[in-house]
Ligand binder design. Structure first.
Ligand SMILES: [Fe+2]
Length: 433
């Protein structure tokens, strides 16, 4: 796979790529603008979603004040669960249905924004069955029957980029798996990214989210090229996730560079706001990138890692239940995947390694990229592979079974992988140092 492959005519292959617009406002202090933008979107009475932790931070007060200043009524739901489930999602939907809201605002991390995105769909057009909007095979992936009410998404962390994607993820307790809703309609009308909000982010959260951003960027950059998909039957309905493409390449290489330059500094020195601001921007860039390209194996594997967790508790996250923070569950797979998939697209792995700041790149660039990220993982306190979050070789079959079901991301790898190969990649991720 090389860049030039994008443009080679391929029989029955895709020949064009779509970049759908994202409206994002980025800048320190931008949270105070929420009210003005809500007004211009026609909101008079909004349902604001947040979680118990963010609900106590003054970032929420800034948003509430800006809404009140514009005469906009607001009711707050602060019961969003971190790693939402259908139970917490249903409670959030009931809240929206109980009043006559004409818009939504979400203030928080990925769980909060994802919940609000799903609420905007479910409360506007209640489905006949709860799973109707959920991706196949769990659900029917039904499209939204019409336009949704406006939603302003305000991240108070960075990395998930939920403010600029049309995906919402929750844990489906009945089957013990992650359920995704990919629906063009749920992309927020506007994202307001205020890097000031990162000032209160604990160092370990910065570490995990920074690694998530890095993986979004590398996974998009090394995903199956868009030209390797079959041409669409109807060019007016191209899929949201298209594979690596020239737009996402630009964003993702810059995001990798910003992570290489700033992540270790940001974790070591929480007072250095300038580096946190750069990480926030990297998160947005990578988010716009994976919004069209899509992630691949490290994210596919991460859903098994987070779903099968037994007794891992991380500093900086709620300790009422075992949980592998998303960024950790992703990045602990990544070096193994880079080593395994490097030979499929060595140029891309070499470019990613160079962007990260790896000085010497040899015959196996996937190994060099793995080396570069392992160095960062060690420097910022990421667990040492799967064993670092409590897994042993006895868990390989269960991890593989669960990871294998994540077709949407597994099939977005640069080449098809077998179940046996996926197991090898899990085995290679057990420990790195
Ligand atoms: Fe992620």
């Amino acid at each position: 796979m090389t860049d030039s492959n994008y443009f080679e005519p391929r029989p029955r292959g895709e020949h064009a790529v779509v970049l759908e617009g994202n409206k994002e406002i980025f800048g320190a202090g931008a949270l105070a603008e929420v009210g003005a933008h809500a007004k211009s979107l026609g909101m008079h009475r909004v349902a604001l979603y947040t979680d118990a932790r963010v609900g106590k931070l003054h970032w929420l007060e800034i948003v509430l004040q800006s809404l009140r200043d514009r005469g906009i009524g607001v009711s707050v739901f602060d019961g969003v669960e971190i790693e939402p489930t259908e139970r917490s999602l249903k409670a959030a939907i009931r809240f929206a249905e109980a009043d006559d809201f004409d818009g939504f605002v979400s203030v928080g991390g990925g769980s909060v924004m994802d919940t609000c995105k799903a609420v905007s769909l479910y409360a506007s057009y209640p489905p006949s069955h709860f799973l109707d909007y959920v991706n196949q095979p769990l659900g029917k992936a039904l499209p939204a029957p019409g336009p949704l009410k406006p939603h302003i998404a305000c991240p108070t962390t960075f990395g998930t980029a939920s403010e600029c994607t049309n995906v919402a993820i929750f844990n489906f307790l009945d089957s013990g798996t992650k359920a995704g809703i990919s629906n063009r309609a749920i992309k927020p009308s506007l994202g307001i990214i205020d890097p000031d909000a990162l000032r209160t982010l604990p160092a370990q959260v910065v570490a995990a989210n920074g690694m998530d951003v890095f993986s979004h960027a590398v996974e998009s950059f090394t995903a199956r090229p868009f030209t390797h998909r079959p041409a669409p039957e109807d060019p007016a309905v191209r899929p949201v996730i298209q594979g690596a493409n020239p737009f996402s390449d630009l964003n993702c290489l810059e995001a990798i560079r910003l992570i290489g330059e700033n992540l270790v500094k940001a974790v070591r020195d929480p007072e250095d706001f300038a580096v946190r601001e750069k990480l926030s921007f990297a998160g947005l860039l990578a988010g716009i990138g994976f919004g069209t390209a899509g992630c691949n194996l490290p994210h596919g594997m991460s859903y098994a890692v987070s779903g099968l967790v037994k007794d891992y508790y991380a500093e900086g996250w709620p300790r009422d239940h075992a949980l592998v923070p998303h960024g950790f569950s992703v990045i602990i797979n990544a070096p193994s995947v880079f080593r395994f998939m490097g030979p499929t697209c060595p140029d891309r792995h070499a470019q990613a390694a160079r962007a990260l700041g790896v000085a010497e790149i040899g015959q196996r660039p996937g190994d060099d990229l793995a080396r570069g990220v392992i160095e960062i993982m060690r420097a910022i306190g990421v667990p040492n592979g799967l064993s670092g979050v409590g897994y042993t070789m006895d868990d390989l079959d269960a991890l593989t079974e669960k990871g294998w079901k994540q077709r949407r991301v597994v099939d977005n790898a640069a080449r098809p992988v077998s179940k046996e190969e996926l197991k090898e990649m899990f085995a290679g991720a057990m420990s790195y140092w």
